[in-house]
Design a protein around this ligand. Structure first.
Ligand code: AMP
Length: 218
């Protein structure tokens, strides 16, 4: 089973990914995490992506698709994939369909987390990420309680550069211009699960799991 998490930055994709991967045994693949890993290790890919990320723009499709294609070929993906932050453009969606087709697979469900822009701005301004495991927290709404991997005591939390107010507006604009057309694209294919993205983390998680089960009969 292959599932896409679609939604604006800060709509809760990373937070909900943990619940979905646990429930269905999927492998979480976040294109943003892959770019940040490359940036931290100053690889060629990281250096190429850096400027785009800092400006809140998308990294070009050919580079992004090649990175995700490489990740999808790794042996740890056995039960299917939970894609978070990819695809973000229509050409990426087409490339993904082709990649999966070559593997005799397809996208089974697209979870669209729908959150209004003003709520997104509030969420991103308080978001904290663990530098080690990438788990997301929020200063007020989801404060650090325990490390999901039992490895730290919250000492690696930081605010992403691109969550600072000067970049958030640009990221939202990028989302509306380039990514939101995917909502219609997947609705037309009959696999879009429209999930209101406000409420408690547990409520939203329950909505998502119920919708995926209904869509895929798992
Ligand atoms: P995220 O953590 O998903 O918000 O991604 C952080 C940044 O990485 C984005 O603002 C983009 O610059 C870049 N990025 C992540 N995923 C993609 C993608 N699918 N296509 C292009 N750029 C991406």
């Amino acid at each position: 089973m292959n599932v896409i998490l679609l939604g604006a930055p800060g709509s809760g994709k990373g937070t909900q990914a943990e619940h979905i991967e646990a429930a269905f045994g999927l492998t979480h693949v976040s294109s943003g995490d892959l770019f940040r890993y490359n940036l931290k290790n100053q690889t060629e890919l990281g250096k190429l992506a850096e400027g785009y990320m800092k400006r809140g723009e998308l990294v070009p499709d050919d580079v992004t698709v090649a990175m995700v294609r490489d990740r999808l070929q790794q042996p740890d993906i056995t039960e299917g994939v939970l894609l978070d932050g990819f695809p973000r453009t229509l050409p990426q969606a087409d490339a993904l369909a082709n990649m999966l087709h070559e593997l005799g697979q397809r996208v089974d469900a697209v979870v669209y987390l729908d959150v209004a822009d003003d709520e997104i701005v509030t969420r991103l301004s308080g978001r904290l990420i663990c530098r080690e495991c990438q788990a997301p927290f929020h200063k007020t709404f989801n404060p650090f309680d325990a490390c999901p991997e039992n490895k730290c005591h919250g000492e690696h939390l930081y605010q992403r550069d691109d969550d600072k107010p000067e970049t958030v507006g640009a990221r939202l604009q990028t989302y509306h211009a380039q990514t939101s057309p995917l909502v219609e694209h997947y609705r037309e294919k009959g696999i879009l699960l429209h999930i209101p993205g406000t409420g408690s983390i547990e409520e939203i998680s329950e909505r998502i799991l119920t919708a995926i089960r209904a869509q895929t009969a798992v």
